[in-house]
Design a protein around this ligand. Structure first.
Ligand code: NAD
Ligand code: LMR
Length: 326
């Protein structure tokens, strides 16, 4: 058995937290030979509810759960953390865009970035889930200057998984037949789910559907899926978001399957002409605990326009929080 690693989850008393923690403790995220010590961070008024979550975790008698720390202090929450899932933030309601949350949520991530910088493992791997996820990841990263910017990522895996299911259902194929999906850009309504490089049963996906369905059905359905769930459920996605967070961290830590790749919001190195330093979603392969952007994909004018539109939105979000970016 390996030595335990410390996994911090913020917003641990919230609805995504409830769908996430039990799976992390069961080994679904880091493998069934990796014990974990959970650091559960939430705000002071949520401490009673968090204590209830701790009791339920205890009651599962998970063999891999080597300890639980519950706290409302970020300095304790991130102490020696090897992995962090930053979920704690306000969700949007009906009629809002995710960037409308910037004002409410951005400050959380500057505080947590500083706490990570001061207390976490130098190799910490951070996934930001709280919205607007890409810009919150940027704020966190910029407030943790002593840690490699490549260690800060934003969750695009829910969009990636949504895109896989939409094309699979359209072609009456199992999701396992879909490979090399790519969702570019921001976790927002400007994201660009791209079917030009994805295959279904070995056939290029964009060639297997009508252009009109691609433009008028597929792209908007994936872009608007979060809003559709809020409308239907009266609350934002939780179990599917938790599942995507597990998928993202597992692939980052343990590697992407041979021949496939995933969409991750990562620190842009200028690949595909995207401004350096933005947290932008690219197709990524992971191996040995590291990610790399898939290079050399051919980008046509249709795709280029959409990739630039979502980049533009990220630039505007970055400028709107300039005071939180040291
Ligand atoms: P929720 O309201 O159920 O839970 C949020 C939790 O965060 C609460 O327990 C709250 O007390 C806590 N919190 C607030 N401020 C905090 C702070 N400073 N430190 C620690 N904890 C804090 O919300 P939820 O449904 O779990 O969603 C959480 C976030 O995830 C929202 O911003 C939502 O929009 C986002 N989200 C992102 C994706 C994605 O794909 N990136 C998907 C779904 C939801
Ligand atoms: C989602 O995509 O389901 C989440 O980001 C929640 C939201 O606000 O849409």
């Amino acid at each position: 058995m390996k030595a335990p690693v410390r996994v911090t989850v913020t917003g641990a008393a919230g609805q995504i937290g409830y769908a996430l923690l039990f799976r992390i403790a069961s080994g679904a995220m880091l493998g069934d030979d990796q014990p974990v010590i959970l650091h559960l961070l939430d705000i002071t008024p949520a401490m009673d509810a968090l204590e209830g979550v701790r009791m339920e975790l205890d009651d599962c008698a998970f063999p891999l759960l080597a300890g639980i720390v519950c706290t409302d202090d970020p300095n304790v929450g991130f102490k020696d953390a090897d992995y962090a899932l930053l979920v704690g933030a306000r969700p949007r309601g009906p009629g809002m865009e995710r960037k409308d949350l910037l004002e409410a949520n951005a400050a959380i991530f500057s505080v947590q970035g500083k706490a990570i910088n001061d207390h976490a493992s130098r190799d910490i791997r951070v996934l930001v889930v709280g919205n607007p996820a890409n810009t919150n990841a940027l704020i966190t990263q910029r407030n943790a200057p002593d840690i490699d910017p490549r260690n800060f990522t934003a969750m695009m895996r829910l969009d990636h998984n949504r895109a896989k299911t939409q094309i699979a259902q359209k072609l009456d194929a199992p999701v396992t037949a879909v490979s090399t999906m790519t969702v570019w850009g921001n976790h927002s309504a400007t994201q660009y789910p791209d079917l030009h490089h994805s295959t279904v049963n070995g056939k290029v996906a964009v060639d297997a559907v009508e252009q009109q369905w691609y433009e008028d059905e597929f792209i908007p359905t994936v872009q608007q899926r979060g809003a559709a769930i809020i409308k239907a459920r009266g609350a934002s996605s939780a179990a599917s978001a938790a599942n995507a967070a597990i998928d993202h961290m597992r692939d980052w830590a343990l590697g992407t399957p041979e021949g496939d790749w995933v969409s991750m919001g990562v620190y842009s190195d200028g690949s595909y002409g995207i401004a350096e330093g933005l947290i932008y979603s690219f197709p990524c392969r992971c191996s040995g605990g590291d990610w790399s952007i898939v290079q050399g994909l051919e980008i046509n004018d249709f795709s280029r326009g959409r990739m630039q539109a979502t980049e533009q939105e990220l630039t505007e979000e970055r400028d709107a929080v300039a005071d939180l970016l040291p």
